[in-house]
Design a protein around this ligand. Structure first.
Ligand code: PHE
Length: 342
């Protein structure tokens, strides 16, 4: 009996050593350790032995069972880790969650406005961020000595042209695309231009050196102020809700005549007056007007035949107002804690 047990142990350990796959292991486990397995049979027979033998064989059989079971577990672990490393996939495990990104609030507003203007038949135009002095200023009726250049602190590129002037810069607004588009497409023309602009500013919670603007213009015969007003009203409703009202007051920009600002009823207090609108009930967000005849001429369009309106506003500022973002620098910080809120 004793020998039989020792032989069985040897046999089990030998076969175990050869078992390479999890499947084989499970077969062996049933064959030897299962309820009807060989070792269990012997253990079951122990009770029929004489008292002395019973004790000895019982102890030995139990010891073998413990040893063999431990060996089974050890080898099972080994083959399991090998099998996963060689491409075994447990399809019952829960999947890995794919983390979805978030759109930047500026992108969200830009897409909303593009949709609105595309539905009105506008094209979405583009222009260079590295712009010439000519398109950024001259063509927009802002000559060299014009004090209006001070309105927009400019990053110039450190490279002089043949005349010894710095004539390349980072565009300070999207308005240069007005003239570029006129030259490229002629009249009539309806376009919006979302884009990145730069101003040499010290940054703080209200100012960023890099900002996003949204420009729009429409040129055709007999375009007048009411067309501008109608379009801006739509923008206000789209952004801040149906009940939003528009107010326009005179404002100077060299490239429009007459020039105006566009104010919407404050989205927080709906016009009653609060901290956001400095108790005025209105938020000034837009610069606009009828395109100056000189600008149309620079674009190759005859101001005696055509007229047009143009407007521009800061997408960054709109996003700040709409989503109650209290620091202008957050939108471009790349901070996930910020982005994940949209
Ligand atoms: N370009 C002006 C700015 O950056 C905004 C503007 C655009 C004003 C078009 C009038 C017409 O402030």
């Amino acid at each position: 009996m004793k020998n039989k047990l020792e032989d069985l142990k040897k046999q089990i350990l030998d076969e175990l050593a050869k078992a390479k796959s999890g499947e084989l292991l499970r077969e062996l486990e049933i064959k030897y350790l299962g309820r009807k397995g060989e070792l269990s049979n012997i253990l079951r027979g122990v009770k029929d032995l004489g008292a002395e033998e019973r004790q000895e064989i019982g102890a030995l059989a139990n010891a073998i069972k413990t040893e063999v079971t431990a060996k089974f577990e050890e080898i099972k672990k080994e083959t399991e880790s090998k099998e996963t490393a060689t491409g075994f996939v447990d399809v019952t495990l829960p999947g890995k969650k794919i983390v979805r990104g978030h759109l930047n609030p500026i992108s969200i507003i830009q897409a909303e406005l593009e949709d609105l203007f595309i539905s009105l038949g506008f094209m979405v135009a583009d222009g260079p961020e590295l712009e010439s002095d000519y398109y950024n200023f001259e063509a927009l009726n802002i000559p060299k000595s014009h004090p209006a250049r001070d309105m927009q602190d400019t990053f110039y590129i450190d490279k002089k042209n043949a005349e010894g002037e710095y004539d390349l810069l980072l565009r300070t607004h999207t308005s240069p695309v007005q003239v570029r588009a006129m030259q490229k497409y002629g009249a009539p023309l309806k376009a919006v231009v979302p884009g990145r602009c730069f101003r040499s500013e010290a940054t703080d919670a209200r100012h960023e050196h890099t900002l996003y603007q949204f420009e729009g213009f429409m040129i055709d015969k007999d375009i007048n102020f009411s067309h501008l007003k109608g379009v801006l009203e739509l923008v206000g409703k789209k952004l801040f809700g149906e009940e939003t009202k528009l107010r326009m007051r005179p404002k100077f920009y060299p490239f429009v005549e007459p020039g105006t600002n566009g104010e919407f009823t404050c989205l927080l207090c709906k016009g009653k007056g609060c901290r956001l609108c400095k108790n005025s009930g209105w938020l000034e967000v837009i610069g606009a007007g009828l395109i100056h005849p000189e600008v149309l001429r620079a674009g190759g369009i005859d101001p005696e035949i055509y007229s047009g309106f143009a407007f521009g506003f800061g997408l960054s500022r709109l996003a700040q107002l709409k989503y109650g973002i209290d620091d202008a620098r957050l939108a471009m910080s790349g901070d996930l804690r910020f982005l994940q809120q949209f």
